[in-house]
Design a protein around this ligand. Sequence first.
Ligand code: NAD
Length: 513
Amino acid sequence: MSRPDRDLAALAALFNGDREDRFDVVEVFTGEVVARVPRAGPAHVTAAFGRARAAQREWASRPVKERLAVFERFHAALLDHHEEIADVIQVETGKARRMAFEEMCDLPILTSHYLRRAARLLAPRRRPGAIPGVTSAVELRKPLGVVGVISPWNFPFAIAFCDAVPALMAGNAVVVKPDPHTPLSAALGLRLLREAGLPHDLVQLVCDDGPVTGPAVVDAADFVMFTGSLATGRTVAARAAERMVPSCLELGGKNPMIVLPDADLDAVVASAVLGVFGNAGQLCLHMERLLVHAEVHDDFRARFLDRVRRLRLGADYGLETEMGALADAAHLARVSAHVDEAVAAGATLLTGGRARPDLGPTFYEPTVLADVTPAMRVHHEETFGPVACLYRVSGVEEAVRLANDTEYGLNASVWTADPAAAMRIAERLETGHVNINDSAALGYATKSAPSGGAKASGLGVRNGDEGLLKFTYPTTVATLKKQVLGAPPDAPYADFVSRTVTSLRWMRRLRLR
Ligand code: NAD
């Protein structure tokens, strides 16, 4: 199936930057150049922030209801344009069509959640006053200004906007810096937002190599929303902290899946295939370590390998293909190195383990390793490819110990027919999400609840109430209704002390009731 006919040059034209100095965007399946995007250096970034900042003042002054009306139309546009969105995502990522469609679905789910929730979160909120009856208090939520979104290549459409949408609803402007491999998906999101009625200058796009454009974004933003690797995240957080600007970091994982003897193995295998090989393993939430109880290990292994060997790989734009390509040659080399080093050090290759240039320049086979030891990088570093390590565990204690034995803490999966046992394990896992009887995405798809990483997997959260409120700052307005505070000028201070202590005792009693 040939490349979809979409106006990618028009998308490239939405970027701020030097029209005479551009970088190439390639179709991953073929390596052919499909668009040339203007490079944005620090001066372009400064100008983009200036335009966004000017537009933000008027946007923030609009009633919340009026702002949300834009997102009602955006939500409809996402569904109307789902084919075009999947086309553009696929061209520049090389992912399978199914995964491009699932990526598209994230934004309507998120947008409809915040359409229901945003007005309540942003409304002034009465709080109990310091002294009941004498004082009152109201909490206001105000936008921060211009949010800088720095997003990765693996979900270039969803991640460019999953934070931008609540940030905009809260009255902010946004400058998005996508990864230079995948800028066009972000441009399509911007086009749809503008068509839905978003003020033209409110969202700006800038792009070039990360170390060129990224720091300029961090230096100009009022809030930095970063999704990417731990290594880059550290530098971004430190740089933002220098300016006392808040940042939220959504980083990597080395996610474990625990399978107990009473689990439904058919369901485990079907879900594990998606959880490991969906998006060719280039998913922060995906499962890299399969911790399977000894009682069912061999049975699981046989069934899992049988299914993995039948996975349909392909460089095409149809819905039948199950797994696409890796993002680029450098990433292919990194994934291959993890596997080759492990095999050289004694790991057993159960299936896969080879690049597939016959399918396209960056394809790699779905791969399963056993006999992996802590000395191997594939055991503890994020591989971020279609590679799973299979471990035999003796019971829950060993499974939990191994699951937590990582610097990361993003996602985990637990399979058992006993909900109480699953909950007890979830309470012990040091991770931001636990999916019970699902492999990877259930927690993240629950937009009403926070999604973030524990340990080195991140700081802060997206989704849930915090996923919107983090783009605001609170102003507490407290009103003194009657002058009763402080000691009367003509009375002994000792009287004031005894009256205050009595009042504090009463306040405690009243609150205890
Ligand atoms: P990366 O850190 O290399 O790049 C991420 C973004 O940062 C890109 O836009 C890049 O251009 C930019 N960047 C690079 N250097 C920069 C710098 N010095 N200053 C500012 N910005 C800079 O990450 P990647 O390899 O593109 O993405 C894969 C990683 O992202 C994986 O670790 C994956 O687990 C993680 N990820 C996490 C989540 C999550 O929600 N937790 C989601 C998707 C991906």
